[in-house]
Design a protein around this ligand. Structure first.
Ligand SMILES: [Zn+2]
Length: 377
């Protein structure tokens, strides 16, 4: 257990209902449920740390797989650690790289000992173990570390899913034993494919190892939304109530609402930042594709209900012009808006849980969207 990390559950509506909590780290307090902007390469693309603070980001995510390959963990360590390297002094969570190794690396071999893979950048060969992955995250000086896991694809044969889950559990125990810095928190990843019983079993076994928090992985890998939510629902009640739960790589605004409804506390996803660079904005009334001609003469903001810098100062017509002209400012302004929208959605959900009106919030959320419902399924 980390000495500098604690979680206080302020309010909970049952073992698999919406929760309100507070994570305390040496680098700051994080109110939950929380969304963590993704800074894969030690930068949230197009934004400065000051921009992130301005829109209320309490914690960001980076990725050990990418930083390990480029510029290298030793380089970052020699430059004073990841916070100093990227000039962000708030909490940082690093993903272990398990998912990236299985989704990006062109070749990999898994044994009980660890995983051998080739870099997707230059083809060089690397061997990582659960122990070395903890060591790399400790060397970066991050606040929340994630255990190396094996993420099976979807769909995957049952035997394959069971083997990967067993290996991930074994690796979690080894990661726990490998810790040498008492100030960083460590979360294991609950796997188990699309099998609710296996998910429950894995969650209970991970809980018995007494971690600082728990990540739910292997979801949003191509399965239908209802199946993803059923897996979340199977997992959260089997996790300790007094520890944060982090749903990895999920998702759309609708996904966040549905996962909070099922007891998830932490999220990360590339959607708000990646879609911004592809000209897509998330708004209170649904998605906006900024390049569409309909916005060409529109003097109104992206989202009339939004208070972000972009919506306060720029018209849809100007944003469309920037995007069509491939001006860099388009990516920055849309990223600012999308992240602000995600972070405000979390603020709204926290208020709703605090005031015991989450069900009413959820109804209103869907009513404001033009589809007249959610986009699940
Ligand atoms: Zn906005």
């Amino acid at each position: 257990m980390s000495q500098d990390f604690s979680f206080h559950l302020k309010k909970s509506q049952g073992p698999a209902g919406p929760r309100l909590g507070k994570i305390t780290t040496a680098r700051g307090v994080i109110e939950t449920p929380v969304f963590m902007p993704v800074g894969t390469y030690a930068t949230v693309k197009t934004l400065t740390p000051e921009d992130l603070q301005e829109i209320g980001a309490a914690i960001i995510l980076s990725n050990i797989y990418h930083l390990y390959l480029r510029p290298g963990v030793e380089t970052i360590q020699a430059l004073g650690g990841l916070h100093r390297f990227m000039h962000w002094d708030g909490p940082i969570l690093t993903d272990s790289g398990g998912y990236q190794i299985f989704s990006l690396a062109p070749f990999r071999t898994i044994t009980d000992a660890g995983v051998t893979f080739r870099s997707h950048l230059d083809g060089s060969s690397h061997f990582l173990t659960p122990e070395t992955v903890v060591g790399l995250q400790e060397a970066l000086g991050v606040d929340i570390m994630i255990c190396l896991d094996e993420c099976p694809g979807y769909p995957a044969p049952e035997a394959e899913v069971r083997r990967a889950a067993a290996l991930t559990l074994n690796w979690a125990a080894r990661s726990q034993a490998a810790r040498s810095r008492p100030n960083a928190a460590l979360f294991p990843v609950v796997q188990g494919g699309m099998d609710p019983d296996l998910r429950r079993e894995q969650a209970q076994a991970m809980a018995a190892l007494d971690f600082d928090g728990y990540a739910i992985g292997g979801l949003s890998v191509g399965e239908p939304k209802d199946l993803m939510l059923a897996m979340v629902e199977a997992t959260t009640p089997a996790l300790p109530e007094d520890k944060p739960r982090y749903l990895m790589g999920v998702g759309t605004p609708e996904d966040l609402v549905e996962a909070v409804a099922r007891g998830v506390d932490m999220f990360d996803c590339v959607l708000p930042t990646r879609n911004a660079r592809n000209g897509m904005a998330f708004t209170s009334t649904g998605k906006v594709v900024i390049k569409n001609a309909v916005h060409g003469a529109d003097a109104g903001p992206l989202d009339a209900a939004c208070g972000c810098y972009t919506c306060r100062h720029y018209s849809r017509a100007y944003l469309r012009h920037l995007y069509v002209a491939r001006e860099i400012l388009a990516y920055r302004l849309l990223t600012l808006h999308n992240l602000y929208y995600y972070l405000q959605l979390m603020v709204t959900m926290r208020q709703a849980v605090a005031e015991n009106r989450f069900a009413a919030f959820r109804r209103d959320f869907y009513q404001n969207r033009p589809q007249g419902g959610n986009n699940r399924g």
